[in-house]
Each structure stands twice: as C-alpha cells, then as structure tokens.
Design a protein around this ligand. Structure first.
Ligand code: GRF
Length: 197
C-alpha cells in the first residue's frame, strides 16, 4: 500500500494542524512529513517538531515564485496540501501543480464572510454584527482566489443573541477540530459521506 503524504501549511497557533496530526498518528496509510509556515515565530512549528515532523519557513518571494518550497513538496512526495490557518494567497503555480489537492478550512459558512481580510476574529465579529443566527465551517478546495474553490463540506452551529464573537469562535473551532481530519480522510480515500455525519 502506498502511503499518502500530507503537507500542512499554517500561519499561527496550529490547533487544527495538531488535531490532524493526532488523527493520523496511528494510521499507516497516511504520513505528515512536513509542516510549512510563513511565520518563523508560529507556535505550530514547535508543535510539529514535537511530533517529529520536519518544518520549513517559507518566504513571500519563495511562495510566489516557487524555488525551495517547490523542491520540498516534490522531495516529500506530497499527495495533499492542507491549509490550516494559512493566511497567504496560494499562487497559481501551486494551484496548477496540485489540482484539487489543496484543501482549506474557513471558519464561517462561505460564500458569506469570506475573501481577503476575512480571517480569525474578523470573521466572527462580522458574523456577530450581521445578526445571523448561525455560523459554521466550510472545507473547500483551493483556487487562486481567497475562499472561492469548490466546497467539499459545510456544517453549522447556532449563534445566539447573547453570544460574543469569542463565543462564536469557540463553537466554530470545535467544529473545525471535529470535522477537518475526517474530511481530509474522506478526500484521501473517498470515504462515504455517511460515515462522517
Ligand atoms: C481556524 O479558525 C481556521 O478556520 C482559520 O484559521 C484558524 C486557525 O486556527 N483558517 P489554528 O491555528 O488551527 O488554531
């Protein structure tokens, strides 16, 4: 059996990345050999190293033009790139090199509350201000525009009138942690949706 290699891209704390790493830890079908960050101070880098995962800090120029990152993705025989809180736009060369093989998670129900600048607490504050009665998560393929690739999975949580943006963020993060690893598994192995719900 050929192992599937996932490379995770992060910009910050990496709680989703850690859930994914833990989920596949005992799974012999999956390896996570490399975690890439655009920030050298990202907490996720230490977390990854603590699991014995190699790390790489990518610069803006390198991501835009290819270079070392391109070589690394080849060297690690990357089957799937998983963005888990990665804030830079994925350039065309990378989308083209990995068609339908780059996933992202967005902490709201796209197409609402997506696009440039819609990340982190900005999203949850916008949801709160809109008066929407629900929020949720969207897992989608990545194309060259922020938050616009085909949607793979969405699920929602209630937003109550008394909820602060921080409460919404907490509820959404629980959904992210519960579903992102399972959807990645489904994408890798085409498991039936039923087993995810
Ligand atoms: C998550 O809310 C994810 O949806 C968004 O960025 C956040 C990353 O959180 N894209 P963490 O670094 O996984 O804790």
């Amino acid at each position: 059996m050929q192992t599937k290699n996932i490379v995770i891209f992060v910009s910050g704390r990496g709680s989703n990345a850690e859930k994914i790493i833990q989920y596949f830890k005992e799974d012999e079908r999956v390896e996570i050999p490399l975690l890439v960050s655009n920030k050298k101070e990202a907490k996720a880098l230490d977390m990854a190293r603590s699991y014995g995962i190699d790390t790489h800090v990518v610069s803006r120029k390198e991501l835009r033009e290819g270079g070392e990152i391109k070589t690394l993705l080849k060297t690690y025989h990357t089957d799937l790139i998983v963005l888990a809180g990665f804030l830079w736009l994925i350039p065309a060369w990378l989308v083209e090199a990995f068609p339908n093989k780059i996933l992202n998670i967005h902490p709201a129900l796209l197409p609402d509350f997506g696009g440039k600048g819609m990340y982190g607490m900005n999203v949850h504050r916008a949801v709160k201000e809109s008066g929407m009665k629900e929020s949720g998560i969207t897992i989608h393929y990545v194309n060259e525009n922020y938050d616009e690739g085909n949607i793979i999975f969405q699920t929602h949580c209630d937003v109550n009138i008394e909820d602060r943006a921080e409460d919404i963020a907490g509820n959404v993060l629980k959904l992210e942690h519960a579903y992102y690893p399972k959807i990645i598994e489904k994408v890798l192995f085409d498991k039936k949706e039923k087993s995810i719900q």
